[in-house]
Design a protein around this ligand. Structure first.
Ligand code: AHR
Length: 490
């Protein structure tokens, strides 16, 4: 048992934690949209207008705030006009990035907006810059958000939607340094300025425009982008960072790994903190007033696909290791919520670090789902100051802080989320709290690093009531078991 001190200062308010930090991402990739979310109205799987009821209900329990769509790499070859109007007339296309399968465009703009309405979340549209045109993107915005009389709005009405939708979040291109056109930063930044000019605000709709930012620690992309893209052009830039230990070739499987791979994964995910810090330093140089935010619109673990599944479908299981990764990332985003305005885990169902897996009519909630549930009270809360004694420990070749924490305040209540990544040691935390607070309730998610939920045993890893705490005169004493995530409500 390792003893450490944690001090919480509820009176020192830091920044608002935008609910969008708890966002998700859905791409036309493998079984994310088709089968995972959209089964069509004629399916035997219970659905409302084609959307799986079980998936929608599970996501609503998370208070899902925002959903990004249609990609990913798919976004830069998606032509939205093929996805509206009578389904029998919709043109098909080959999804060249993801498995070379035929996309029948039966899930398009109207279906996505319907999904967001059912979920009660904000839509986040990722526009096509790589293979689209300025006119195409401009008309998509007009189609969705204008109430004027025009061919685009008439077409929307003809296709069954009278009133304009509200659309706030608009990404102008995706990974344009790679699958979105292999552009240089200078070329993309100028194209971005061009495209965004014609993405108009119709009526009282106000777009929040997001430019394609860097991949991981590519600081030179950020430097060049920030030289050209100014706050009058963009509200935010994106960052994509996947947790891929060792290398793309050696990252391994979701459920089969040893302790060395586990700790390397944790070190790799912790690296996002220094990535965020350095990108923000560069952004601050060009935008000292902090007008441009950072949107981490793709993050999560990327493992080898499950044996026997289509390599282009990126289907992977999800263990306690993924849960620890999720908790650490969400704690880091909370801590940087003054500039990290949104984050979207990749991806929502059946792809990469999914919160939900489906198999035909079956559904399961992954350990990562439970972390999002345990953290949801941070949404729209105010992060508060805290100091945790150093918990850095050596694990084979890596040396990492074992414990991660974030704390926030909302409606007079504190939410504290803690994660102990150490696989063999418990942490006894002596928690000092300034002010009159006591722990009222607590939850824990814990297990062996490789534990996961299967369709045979979908509740193997689930949050339980946590009782290993005691309220004291100066705060509380809390014992975090190895490989655990704990939420305290005070
Ligand atoms: O999430 C899978 C893919 O990862 C996305 O399509 C792309 O943007 C990223 O490289």
């Amino acid at each position: 048992m390792i003893k450490k001190k944690l001090a919480l200062f509820p009176e020192i308010e830091k920044s608002k934690i935008n609910k969008e930090i708890y966002g998700h991402f859905s791409e036309h990739l493998g079984r994310c949209i088709y089968q995972g979310i959209f089964v069509g109205e004629d399916s035997k799987i219970p659905n409302v207008k084609g959307m799986r009821t079980d998936v929608v209900e599970a996501l609503k329990e998370l208070d899902i705030p925002v959903l990004r769509w249609p990609g990913g790499c798919f976004a830069d070859e998606y032509h939205w006009k093929n996805g509206v109007g009578p389904k029998e007339n919709r043109a098909t296309m080959i999804n060249t990035h993801w498995g070379g399968v035929t996309e029948d465009n039966s899930f398009g703009t109207h279906e996505f907006m319907e999904l967001c309405e059912q979920l009660g979340c904000e839509p986040y549209i990722s526009g096509n810059v790589g293979s689209g045109t300025v006119q195409e993107l401009s008309e998509w915005i007009e189609y969705m958000t204008s109430d004027n009389i025009s061919p685009m709005t008439d077409w929307r009405k003809q296709n069954g939607r009278e009133a304009a939708w509200k659309l706030r979040y608009l990404g102008v291109g995706n990974e344009n340094w790679g699958c979105g056109g292999n552009m240089t930063p200078e070329y993309y930044a100028n194209l971005y300025r061009h495209y965004q000019t014609y993405c108009r605000n119709y009526g009282d709709n106000r777009l929040y425009k997001i430019a394609c930012g860097p991949s991981g620690d590519d600081y030179s992309w950020t430097e060049k982008i920030m030289q050209i893209i100014k706050p009058c052009h963009a509200d935010a830039i994106s960052l994509h960072y996947y947790t891929v230990p060792f290398s793309w070739e050696k990252r391994g499987q979701a459920t089969v790994f040893d302790e060395n791979a586990y700790y390397t994964t944790i070190a790799c995910t912790r690296y996002i903190e220094s990535i965020i810090t350095r990108h923000l330093e560069i952004m601050n140089k060009y935008d000292p007033e902090h007008k441009i935010g950072l949107v981490v619109d793709e993050w999560g673990c990327w493992w080898d696909v499950e044996t026997g599944t289509n390599p282009g479908f990126l289907y992977q299981q999800n263990t306690m290791r993924d849960a620890v990764v999720a908790a650490i990332n969400l704690n880091i985003f909370n801590e940087h919520s003054d500039r990290v305005v949104m984050a979207n885990i990749a991806q929502v169902v059946n792809v990469l670090q999914a919160v939900i897996l489906t198999d035909g009519a079956k559904i399961l909630k992954t350990p990562t789902y439970h972390v999002f549930h345990m953290f949801k009270d941070h949404q729209e809360a105010t992060s508060i100051a805290h100091v945790l004694e150093d918990t850095t420990a050596a694990h084979g070749e890596v040396s990492i802080p074992d414990v991660s924490v974030s704390a926030s305040k909302k409606d007079g209540e504190l939410t504290v989320t803690l994660c102990n990544a150490n696989l063999s040691e418990s942490y006894a935390l002596d928690v000092h709290i300034s002010g009159e607070y006591a722990i009222k309730s607590a939850k824990i998610l814990t297990g062996a690093m490789g534990d996961y939920n299967s369709f045979e045993n979908p509740t193997a890893v689930e949050p339980k009531d946590f009782t290993d705490f005691e309220n004291t005169a100066s705060g509380a004493s809390v014992t975090l078991p190895p490989c655990s995530i704990v939420t305290l409500k005070l």
